[in-house]
Design a protein around this ligand. Structure first.
Ligand code: 2NE
Length: 275
């Protein structure tokens, strides 16, 4: 695709990510290759801004999430920014704001595809897991490093992994902090497909184009339905919001609103009570 920079605001430039759009696809790239695309608080703030824009832009149907270069998708939290309160910027107190980013990706009502070359480890591994699909290059390496550096993601990092690879493998991944190559990850159900590194973006864009051809509302409802059980009340709220959205588009829903605005009693008699 002919990628064009998005939210390219000289007054508020991105320093840690690249945000591009083309053909109804948004591409969000962590741009810290010298740190294997480890995220610091600034990186997460920028990612949240871009993901929010991709959600709100109704010309966008699917989001690619990736890392700059071929050595890493993301190596997790930048350990040099880690303090007792989480990860802290130069100007702020620490917090684990990447957890908010994970929730944002989960709730974004459009598919998010992790396009992984090189390492997806630590918090970077969790980020690929919370994406809807993962396309891996043949040089990709997956694993949790937390237990080696005194950290753990006991939220989606544990529960989503358990769903993806099953309870035994999830324990192995967390207790041993082993790395797995792309073929192993594929066998474990961690990724959707493995392609040669040089074909990674071509294949990912092919998947995006296929998704974009399909019904946006069907995809939206499918995503919220697939997450609903695991996300509990918040998953139901997302799906419930989809039901409300669909209802607002019906004549029956519109009759209720019109009657209120026209200060008359609503007439729902012409609407069927379907079996
Ligand atoms: C990713 C990995 C395996 C790559 O190894 P290699 O040999 O290809 O590269 P190297 O030389 O280790 O890394 C290149 C440069 O990037 C920095 C390195 O320190 C090195 O810097 P220089 O020596 O060139 O100055 N770098 C890489 N990852 C970094 C990181 N996460 N933070 C800061 N600097 C980093 C290898 O680099 C590796 O194992 N990295 C560490 C992975 C890790 O433990 N991540 C944190 C897990 S905890 C977490 O992400 C988290 C959390 O604590 C809480 C909530 C959510 C997530």
């Amino acid at each position: 695709p002919d990628w064009k920079l998005a939210l390219d605001d000289p007054a508020n430039p991105f320093t840690d990510i690249i945000y591009e759009k083309a053909e109804g696809i948004a591409k969000i790239t962590i741009n810290r290759p010298e740190r294997r695309n480890a995220f610091r608080p600034q990186t997460v703030k920028e990612l949240m801004r871009a993901f929010n824009d991709a959600r709100d832009d109704n010309s966008i149907g699917v989001v690619i999430f990736t890392g700059k270069g071929t050595k890493a998708f993301c190596s997790g939290g930048d350990q040099s920014f880690r303090g007792k309160e989480g990860y802290a910027d130069y100007d702020s107190f620490g917090r684990l704001n990447v957890l908010d980013l994970q929730v944002q990706i989960r709730r974004l009502p459009k598919p998010v595809i992790a396009m992984v070359a090189g390492y997806a480890v630590g918090g970077g591994h969790v980020l690929h897991m919370v994406c809807d699909l993962t396309i891996a290059a043949d040089n990709a390496v997956f694993g949790q490093t937390g237990p080696k550096v005194g950290s753990v993601d006991a939220g989606y990092g544990a529960s989503v992994m358990d769903r993806l690879v099953g309870p035994k493998r999830a324990r192995e991944m967390w207790f041993m902090a082993k790395f797995y190559n792309a073929t192993e990850a594929d066998k474990m159900g961690l990724v959707n497909t493995v392609v040669p590194l040089e074909k990674l973006e071509e294949e990912t864009v092919k998947w995006c184009r296929e998704i974009i051809r399909n019904s946006p509302m069907a995809i939206r409802v499918a995503k919220s339905a697939l997450n609903a059980v695991d996300d509990g009340h918040s998953g139901l709220q997302q799906m419930g919001g989809d039901a409300t959205l669909l209802f607002y588009g019906t004549e029956e829903g519109t009759e209720g609103k019109n009657a209120y605005l026209q200060r008359r009693k609503p007439d729902f008699s012409r609407f069927p009570r379907l079996p």
